[in-house]
Design a protein. Structure first.
Length: 492
């Protein structure tokens, strides 16, 4: 290392040649700066980077970024911990370039030791990568969602601040542990347990999925969380999983309130409705004496509307029960063909009133294990829709057939059809393709949600094919009780 001014080794001490050699070979620039901002000494790398040949002022090497910015030279080494900062350096021809510098106290009082890293070229890219990595880490740490990363064996690789806060645990309590131990129920807990994180991960199939889990924090308090799992991928390879963990306490409280509200409201509505209907029936039946025509007509309207209201209340209750998994189903061995016949018969008069031809098409035996009343309810919804969304003069056909493994109960119409982008959405509750659909026999958009719920809870699915202006075909598909052995699996 060159000594331009008084930075020489104290008289009498031999110069350490080994250390000099090391300083010369170092890829980092090393500068010793005096209190006056003079560069007292520099190594080869610094000389090369800044084009220094003789004594220099620090301010020449590190120009101010703007006329009123404080000169870098006055940054005192003892100000703070020596953190690298990126600044602008200048070489002998006045070209500026990015440099990373670390300032720490120099070898003698009043001097500073400045380490510089030329960030031109590869070093620049590396610094950028580090910056990006820092940014990613910052993001991960700042988000309010908990993040847990695991390797392929389910060992925790990282746990961000949010997840540590949720579990009231330190990183060292989580990182390196198997996921099965994270938020595990304490042995002495008295409260009932729920699914653990590792259960959600195991159930996530091809590495993506999610669900609810119960986590126990450091002090043994359970916490309900919503977990989303996605595969951790580098290049083409799945190297582990990322779990996003979110506190679900509030969400559960709202869901519970909603459940209670619907249950109470529907019950409270049902009782007076029954009374209203009974009274109306009594009056309209003529038992209390004949009625003039106009009051009789008005009472009939009241009676019909009481029926609609009762149907709506029942639908809302059904949706809630399907959601909560509490809909009572009494499955038995039934032939879907019988249900198809009964359904057509039952809706005959509705179809006639709408001027729609309702026919029983090809119907063959297809035995399934399901609750006949609920499947009939599903079929009624489908046939009801088909009639409702057909023009007068249209035709609706119900068929029943079987494949090797499945029973297929289909309702086909030639009505207005369903737009392609709504084929899935129509099964959502309260979903109607057109706002005016609510006016058609006061539909509320619950029928298909209930139909899908019933069929899926019976182990089947509802298929829909439809083209605008050509018609729709809804098919209830259920597993046969007498499926042919070694039949090929059904196509998805
Ligand atoms: N066969 C069909 N043809 C055309 N559109 C249909 C058909 N079936 C359903 N839809 C569309 O899907 C929507 C949802 O149907 P869904 O049965 O859930 O509700 P809804 O019939 O309007 O009311 P609800 O069944 O509760 O009385 C309908 O409003 C309609 O827009
Ligand atoms: Mg409907």
């Amino acid at each position: 290392m060159d000594e331009d001014t008084g930075a020489a080794a104290p008289a009498g001490e031999p110069r350490d040649r080994g250390l000099e050699g090391l300083l010369a070979a170092l890829p980092l620039g090393v500068l010793v700066v005096g209190a006056q901002g003079r560069v007292h000494a520099q190594n080869d790398a610094a000389r090369a980077a800044f084009g220094l040949s003789g004594p220099a002022a620090f301010a020449d090497v590190f120009p101010r970024s703007s006329p009123d910015a404080p000169p870098f030279a006055v940054r005192r080494a003892d100000e703070a911990a020596p953190e690298p900062v990126e600044v602008v350096g200048r070489d002998a021809d006045g070209t500026t370039f990015p440099v990373e510098v670390t300032v720490s106290p120099g070898p003698r009082p009043g001097t500073s030791l400045v380490l510089t890293r030329d960030l031109r070229g590869a070093a620049r890219a590396e610094a950028e990568l580090r910056r990006q990595r820092g940014l990613t880490e910052l993001l991960l740490e700042s988000t309010t969602d908990g993040f847990l990363g695991t390797d392929r064996e389910g060992q925790v690789l990282f746990a961000n601040t949010a997840v540590r806060r949720l579990l009231r645990q330190r990183a060292s309590d989580l990182v390196g542990r198997p996921l099965a131990q994270v938020g595990r129920r304490p042995a002495d807990a008295t409260l009932p347990d729920g699914p653990a994180l590792s259960d959600v991960l195991d159930g996530s199939g091809e590495g993506a999925g999610g669900g609810r889990a119960v986590l126990w924090d450091r002090y043994g308090t359970p916490l309900s969380v919503q977990v989303a799992v996605s595969p951790l991928i580098t290049g083409e390879e799945v190297v582990g999983s990322v779990l996003t963990v979110r506190d679900a306490t509030e969400q559960e409280r709202v869901e519970e309130l909603k459940r209670q509200f619907t249950a109470v409201v529907s019950h409270e509505l049902r009782t007076p409705l029954t009374a209203i209907k009974a009274s109306l029936r009594l009056v309209t039946s003529g038992v209390l004496g004949p009625l003039p025509e106009e009051p009789a007509r008005l009472l009939r309207i009241a009676d019909e509307n009481a029926d609609r209201l009762a149907a709506l209340v029942n639908d809302i209750l059904d949706v809630e029960r399907l959601d909560a998994g509490t809909m009572p189903l009494e499955p038995e061995d039934v032939d879907l063909a019988d249900l198809a016949r009964a359904g057509v018969e039952q809706l005959e008069s509705t179809a006639v009133a709408a001027g729609v031809e309702l026919v029983l098409g090809e119907v063959g035996p297809a035995r399934v294990h399901a609750d006949p009343h609920r499947i009939a309810q599903a079929l009624t919804n489908l046939v009801g829709n088909a009639v409702k969304f057909s023009e007068a003069g249209g035709r609706v056909e119900v068929t029943c057939r079987r494949t090797a493994r499945e029973a297929r109960l289909a309702v086909r119409d030639e009505g207005r059809g369903i737009p392609h982008d709504q084929l899935e959405a129509v099964f959502d509750r309260f979903r109607q393709v057109y706002a005016s659909d609510a006016q058609r026999q006061s539909g509320s958009g619950l029928g298909l949600a209930i139909t899908k719920g019933i069929v899926e809870r019976s182990g089947g699915r509802v298929e829909l094919r439809s083209r605008p202006n050509e018609g729709s075909e809804f098919t209830v598909v259920l597993p046969l009780t007498d499926a042919e052995e070694d039949a090929p699996p059904p196509e998805p």
